[in-house]
Each structure stands twice: as C-alpha cells, then as structure tokens.
Design a protein around this ligand. Structure first.
Ligand code: NAD
Length: 459
C-alpha cells in the first residue's frame, strides 16, 4: 500500500478505535487487538501473483514479459480490478491500485473485493497478433486464481474491450462447461458486455463533480450560509458565473468527462483545455469537444498535434506542451491520465480551485496536503472514478442472469448508486473538519471492519 493510502487508512482506524460507539462490543485489549488486525489486513494484499509471459514475436524473437495479478482483499466479494498495459507497471504500483479497489468497492457498496493486474509493455509497440498472444498467455498463467466468483479483471490504461473479449474467450476454452460471462468485465456488448460500460467512469467522474457543486448544494441551500466548509463557499461563488475547466487525459475517462461537461445543462461550463500524451490544446473561449472526440476516435485515441490537423476538423486551439494543462488559471481541473501528475515539484504552480481525480492517485500525498491547506478542493478518486467498477458489477449481474439492461437503465442505476454514496458522505463532509478523502476512507474502513468483525477475522 502506498504511503498516502496507508496513512489515511491508519488515521481512519485511529479515529474509529477512539469512537467507542463503533463496534461497541469490542472493549479494551480485544478492541486494540482487533484494530491491530485490521491494520495488518488492510495494509497488505492477500496474494501477489507474478509471471513472465513467454511471447513469440512476429520478427522471430521471443520475449518474456513481466505480468502481475494482485489480490488485495475479498471480504466483500470476489477480487475485482483492471489490468493495466503500460511500460511503467511495477509490483508496488499494482499492489497500491489493488488496495484502492478494496476501499472503492467498500465505499460504494459494490459486493466485490479489491484486485489489480498489470503487464509491463507499451501496447503500441506490439502487433495485434502479439497483443492477442499476450492476453491469452495472461489468462493461461493466472487461470487458477481468476474466475467469476474468484477474481474478475476489467480494462485499465492500455487495455479495452478487445483485450477483455480475447481474455474471456481464453478463459472459456481453459474451463469448458463452466460459467464464463462473469469472468471478465468491460467486454464488448456483443460478447456480453454492458451497454454504457465504456462511458461509465467518465460519466461518473463528471456526475460526482456536478452533484457536489450543483444538485446537492441546491437541495441543501441552508448549508451554504451556515457552514464554514470551503466547498460550500466555493459552490456559492461558482453559482454566479460560468466555469472554466481543463481536462488532463483524453482517453476513455477524460474524453467522456469532457463531453459530459460540454453538454451539461446544469452548469455553464467552458472547457478551455484538454490534453493527452502528446499535447495540450487551449482555447480561452472554449474548445469544440464533440469534434475532438470524433478526431481522437479516428486517430488511435490521440488529439490533433498540428495546426493542419486542427483545421481539418475546424477546431480553433493553441497547441501547447502536454504539461501545460496542469498549470492553467481555471476553476476546475479534471485529472484523467495517470497517477502522480501533481507532486511536490509542481504543486505550487497549480491554479485550479477544484481538482477532480478521474485517474487513480493523480495527486501525491505531499501535494494533496499542501493544496488542501491552501483551500483547493480535491474530489478523490475513490469517490469520483467508481463508475467503471459500478457498471462492471452491473455487467457481471447481467451475465449471470443473461438478461441485459438498456443503456438508459444502466446510466440510471449508475447515477442512483453514486448519488447514494454521496448522500451518505456529504452531510458529514459539510459538517466536519476532515477533508473529503479522509471522510470517504472512514466510510470504507468502517464497512470493511464491520464485515471482517462479523466474519470472525479480527483476532
Ligand atoms: P486511456 O488509456 O483510455 O487514456 C489515457 C489518456 O491519458 C490518453 O489520452 C493518453 O494519451 C493520456 N496520457 C498518457 N500519458 C500521459 C501523460 N504523461 N500526460 C498526459 N496525458 C497522458 O485510459 P483511461 O481508461 O481513460 O484511464 C485513465 C485513468 O483513469 C487511469 O489512471 C485509470 O487507472 C483510471 N481509471 C480508469 C477507469 C476506466 O474505467 N477506464 C476506471 C477507474 C479509473
């Protein structure tokens, strides 16, 4: 578990240990012992599986590619989490992402545990045939520990529907006659995927922001005048004027979040910048997001990088370097690329008033503390980017029932679930001094602790 996650989990445990109305039957030494067990259970994964996938390349060479599956905790249900295809994947990172999944599922009441996978490759450097081999080998090497009731992978950075379809097909051939539809989520709709899964995370990211800044505040308008809470004050100020937004990352999460913001009728948004692995595109008057989405869908997910490309789609924008998106004078910065994007070396250059974590862990612990102290509101990953795993859960259910929901049903269920979480968290957040991330963690830890206690695991 990364230091940031570890220290917030520890602070949550400390607060609960002192709160004797929580698990009141645990007293004195037994209580201390139970919390020591909890700390040990939550800070370490149950299993770390590592293999070297042997892949024959099309040029005749043979490579061995490191691959991981980390199973952090399954107290709430089968392990669940994406498989990342990226050259910087490492064991530490996969372990941390797996523990975040445990906490995220607990927060949103999704009946899954936490897991994560990774393959150390840059997928752009492999042919389709080689990627197919990599996916098949991943399932062959880890098939004993995967399955619809054991551990259910999904896409992450660098992987998508195609990879999940291949993996499910391989799982099905390895285990003939066994249930297979729920073995992977994020599949294509034709292969048992859920309508709305692709858009789910980005939609959820934007919905979380909109709900906090608009819907919830509107319903609880008395909070605006009675609380000192910085979010309520910011929301009040933002109510009066159009908002400037910037979005880092224009993939599955970022492009959908940007489009949702662009199309939102509740807030007057202007998306002045978007970025990807190559560039930042900036326009003070607002970017034409639908045109950029269309361009990137035809260009391997990339944004235009030259004036010529911009003019072919009639989009007006300045082309800036890819880091520039982080330092713009905007109201809201949505981070939807990779982790550790805001850190101690660049945190002082951040001007945004609200940061929404679409990516996992995009703000380091030091930056989180420093920005929060300055009054920057950070809507944490664990709250904002759960749309993917929530709709993965719906996909898993649909696969079990072989009854499929319409896209509207999926989005309604998604929004209801995320709203349910926020309606639990937000009244406390507005009423107490903890930052939002800490508040979310306390809820997750409470849920996990209660379940583990009733399972007799806290000895
Ligand atoms: P993706 O691969 O579809 O998109 C990633 C985007 O980030 C691309 O636009 C890429 O060009 C850009 N990018 C890569 N390196 C960059 C850099 N150094 N600077 C700026 N931009 C860069 O991935 P995704 O599925 O959109 O995931 C993005 C993040 O959201 C990841 O942290 C992922 O773990 C997290 N997340 C994804 C989901 C999901 O359902 N896809 C769910 C929860 C969390």
């Amino acid at each position: 578990m990364a230091n940031q996650t570890k220290s917030i989990v520890q602070q949550s445990l400390d607060a609960l240990l002192e709160d004797h109305s929580f698990l009141p039957s645990l007293k004195e030494n037994t209580r201390r012992q139970a919390f020591t067990s909890l700390e040990a259970i939550l800070s370490t994964p149950n299993h770390v599986h590592k293999s070297f996938l042997r892949i024959p390349l099309e040029d005749g060479k043979v490579v061995r590619i490191p691959a991981y599956r980390v199973q952090h905790n399954n107290a709430l249900g089968p392990y669940k989490g994406g498989i990342r295809f990226h050259e910087s994947v490492n064991e530490e990172e996969v372990m941390n992402l797996a523990s975040l999944m445990t906490l995220k599922n607990a927060l949103h009441d999704v009946p899954f545990g936490g897991g994560k996978g990774g393959v150390v490759i840059n997928p752009r450097q492999f042919s389709v045939k080689e990627l197919h081999q990599i996916c098949k080998k991943y399932v062959q090497y880890f098939s004993d520990v995967l399955g619809p009731d054991k551990d259910i992978p999904a896409p992450d950075v660098g992987s998508g529907e195609r990879e999940m379809d291949w993996m499910m097909a391989e799982y099905k051939s390895i285990r003939p006659g066994e249930p297979y539809r729920g073995s992977f989520t994020g599949k294509s709709v034709i292969n048992g995927g859920s309508l709305g899964r692709r858009e789910a995370t980005g939609k959820g990211v934007y919905f979380t922001f909109r709900y906090m800044l608009h819907d919830f505040i509107k319903e609880q308008s008395s909070l605006l005048t009675t609380t000192e809470n910085i979010f309520a004050k910011t929301a009040l100020e933002f109510k009066e004027r159009p908002l400037k937004l910037a979005v880092q990352g224009f993939g599955n999460v970022g492009s959908v979040a940007a489009l949702e913001a662009y199309q939102c009728v509740h807030l007057q948004n202007k998306i002045v910048a978007v970025s990807d692995r190559n560039v930042t595109l900036y326009n003070e008057d607002g970017l034409d997001i639908p045109a950029l989405v269309q361009f990137s869908s035809k260009h391997n997910g990339d944004l235009p990088t030259t004036d010529e490309e911009l003019s072919t789609i009639d989009v007006k924008a300045e082309i800036r370097d890819r880091e520039n998106v982080l330092y713009l004078d905007v109201d809201v910065l949505i981070l939807a690329a990779l982790e550790d994007q805001i850190h101690k070396n660049n945190m002082d250059k951040i001007k945004a008033r609200i940061i929404v974590e679409g990516a996992n862990a995009p703000v380091t612990s030091e930056a989180d503390q420093s920005l929060s102290k300055k009054g920057v509101i950070i809507i944490p990953d664990i709250l904002a980017n759960a749309g993917g795993v929530i709709v993965s859960y719906f996909e898993w259910l649909q696969g079990r029932e072989t009854q499929f929901y319409s896209e509207d049903q999926v989005f309604k269920l998604l929004v209801d679930k995320m709203k349910g979480t926020m309606d639990t968290i937000l009244p406390e957040f507005f009423g107490d001094p903890f930052p939002l991330r800490q508040n979310c963690y306390i809820h997750s830890v409470m849920k996990l602790s209660t379940v583990l206690y009733h399972q007799g695991k806290l000895y």
